[in-house]
Design a protein around this ligand. Structure first.
Ligand code: ADP
Ligand code: MG
Length: 138
């Protein structure tokens, strides 16, 4: 069981003014913010973050989207963080996401789906250290 995960509020959600409401839902669900930054990724940086998806057909679209505007990146803490956060955000495709989940409420499509959530403890650690140094985690 992990106690940390990594998230991003994606460019679709930041541009629509959903950042505050999404962060509120995250903290209301019991997650504590350990690190946070507002950042606009370059294409190269977004491509590196999503390198694991390089062979998938949507990779180019995903990299263009994730570098299209600012995001909020954060490390979150809670008991069972990875699994509980995936439950909170809902399915990748908002059309299939459960009622009340962040993607159901704020996402518009399978690509522009409002938030990222790590899929394992190992990836949570890798993704968190992509954005944050030890000096930025509290
Ligand atoms: P998740 O974010 O739920 O873990 P994946 O890891 O499978 O989903 O995919 C990473 C991201 O790539 C998704 O959140 C979404 O932004 C994008 N994506 C996934 N599948 C598609 C698709 N079929 N078409 C366009 N974009 C997609
Ligand atoms: Mg994923």
């Amino acid at each position: 069981m992990s106690n940390r995960t990594f998230t991003m509020v994606k460019p679709d959600a930041t541009s629509k003014g959903y950042t505050g409401a999404i962060l509120q839902q995250i903290t209301d669900a019991g997650f504590t913010i350990k690190a946070m930054k507002w950042i606009h990724l370059s294409e190269k940086q977004a491509g590196a973050f999503y390198a694991v998806h390089k062979e998938r057909p949507f990779y180019g679209e995903l990299v263009a989207f994730m570098s299209s505007g600012p995001i909020v990146a954060a490390i979150l803490e809670k008991e069972n963080a990875v699994a509980d956060f995936r439950t909170l955000i809902g399915a990748t495709n908002p059309a299939q996401a459960a009622e009340g989940t962040i993607r159901k409420k704020f996402a518009s499509s399978i690509g522009e789906n409002a938030v990222h959530g790590s899929d394992s403890d190992e990836n949570a650690a890798i993704e968190g250290s992509f954005f944050f140094s030890g000096l930025e985690i509290f």
